[in-house]
Design a protein around this ligand. Structure first.
Ligand code: AMP
Length: 220
């Protein structure tokens, strides 16, 4: 099953994608994570992407489409994939359609996580993660149980994404409404779009997504 999680930065796509990956054995394919890894290693793609990402813009379609198409070829993606952060533009969506058609795979659902903008800025600007294992935290909603120590790996170093600074978050939201929100209409017309209230507690959001996926699997 191929699932797309759609929604502005901070809507909870990453959190829900991780949950789905753990519960349903799907592979989380997060283009933001893949690009950050390329930046960290300093690959050709990483060098091209770095300043664009830091300013909150979108990395060119051909680069992102290339890395997703290549990743979908891997054997672990056969059982199912959650696309987290891709597609983000109409050209990316039509490129994905072409890749899926070629592979004779169908799109299970496109799930929109709906969250209001004020909550997004608050959610994003407070988040940080463990430098060692990547566990996510938040200044208001989820501090480590022992201050300064990661709950999962006991690491003591934490990082904040440069593009999570409030001024960049505002630019990322504008980019979302300009370039990504047209995908809602695109998938609505194709009959794939489902909406979930992303303002609800994490468990409720997971439950609503599970209900949608169960109903799709029931029909398959
Ligand atoms: P994310 O972790 O999904 O918030 O993505 C972080 C940044 O990576 C974005 O602000 C973009 O600069 C870049 N990025 C991630 N996914 C895409 C995509 N599908 N298309 C273009 N740029 C992307």
């Amino acid at each position: 099953m191929i699932i797309i999680l759609l929604g502005p930065p901070g809507a909870g796509k990453g959190t829900q994608a991780k949950e789905l990956a753990a519960r349903r054995g799907l592979v989380q394919l997060a283009t933001g994570d893949m690009l950050r890894a390329a930046v960290a290693v300093g690959t050709e793609i990483g060098v091209k992407a770095k300043s664009i990402m830091e300013s909150g813009g979108l990395v060119p379609d051909e680069i992102v489409i290339g890395i997703v198409a290549e990743r979908l070829e891997q054997p672990d993606c056969r059982n199912g994939v959650i696309l987290d952060g891709f597609p983000r533009t109409l050209p990316q969506a039509s490129a994905l359609d072409a890749v899926l058609k070629k592979k004779r795979r169908t799109l299970g659902a496109v799930i929109e996580l709906k969250v209001n903008d004020k909550a997004l800025v608050e959610r994003i600007s407070g988040r940080f993660s463990c430098a060692r294992c990547g566990e996510g935290y938040h200044d208001t909603f989820k501090l480590p149980k022992v201050s300064g120590v990661c709950d999962v790996c006991q690491g003591t170093e934490f990082i904040r994404r440069k593009d999570d600074a409030p001024e960049t978050v505002r630019d990322r939201l504008l980019v979302y409404y300009r370039d990504t929100s047209p995908l809602l209409g695109y998938y609505y017309c194709k009959g794939n779009l489902r909406m979930v209230d992303g303002m609800a507690p994490i468990d409720e959001v997971s439950g609503a997504i599970a209900g949608i996926l169960d109903s799709i699997e029931g029909k398959a």
